[in-house]
Design a protein around this ligand. Sequence first.
Ligand SMILES: [Zn+2]
Length: 372
Amino acid sequence: MTDGQLLFVVVAALYLIECVRWLPANALACVEGEGGCWRFRRPSANLGARGGGALLLAPLPPYSAWVVTMPWVFIPARDHLLVRGSTGAAARIAWSKLDARADVRSIVIGGHAPVLMNCTAQAAEWTARLGEWRAMDEAGREKSFLALAARSLDSADFEKLASSLAARTRILHTTGGMIFICCFGLVSGVHAWFGEGPRLWIALGLLLALQLVQAFLFMRATRKAVPGGGRVSHRFWKMLSIALLPQHSARAGDLLCRAVAASHHPLAARGLLNESAFLEEARRCWRIASYEGGSHPDDALPVEAVALKRFFKSAGIDLASLEDVPARQAGSARWCPRCLAQFQATANECPDCPGVKLREFDSADDPPESRP
Ligand SMILES: [Zn+2]
């Protein structure tokens, strides 16, 4: 391997690292797509640890804006706090034993695994809120949660934030795409075909000029707080790395996306997603929330389900349309309405969802091969 090839491999590896974001395992990144239609991307379940997971952003241009959304992790119940994990399973912590502290991006509650949040500001905000909840009575906690839930489900606010972020980062993403092509296409191609010489120096000069332009654009785009209220920290040092390092320069727009400090629920993205993507997530959230702790009579919904029910009502979504029956697998007779796992006729309760009674399939749900 020549020195040039080695340098190409090193820069490519560093660039791929720039494309990876470490997010809370239950976070959903809302990524701008073609035609103004956004889509959800989840962190990898295989590349995850300690409540977090790796999300690989699209490594090839055109680049686009993204915003991290989070379902509610902390939910107050009558005599305990629910801490929802990435799979929907929840830990229950008695209010008298709740002692939370922020540790950078995580919230540490004694005796439990740290809960990773999207940013340090979010971890600090939630730690303070948990302290307030502990001091409140049940009605106060419920009122506080419902107010917070309504804010985090504000679709108009989320759409405004997402479109404003997309507009602010567009020029950075376009220039970033040109830097990617110049670095991995033009410079590498000129070096491979013509070797070192004047042509290579011209290509490198063009790359450096684009990086300097990107550094200027970055400083201009980060003069004010980013949409949603966050600020890009260490602007000057980031500007220097953008000016000098092609892998940072190409992904400069991501620095603004990372700085967004707002914390919206994934369902707030309703107006940006296609209907089927939204409904799939809505069904998942509704199942997990409404069957928390067992089968739900409508008059005793958990507070999380109450918040979602209000949201669906205001959005004109019929709750019956969210409670779908899974496609029946051969040999199964019952299904769990919370996690949709299927069981044989001898099972009564789902082992993963304590207290949730299984439902029986109707004969109309039989798989095609078993029908007469
Ligand atoms: Zn289940």
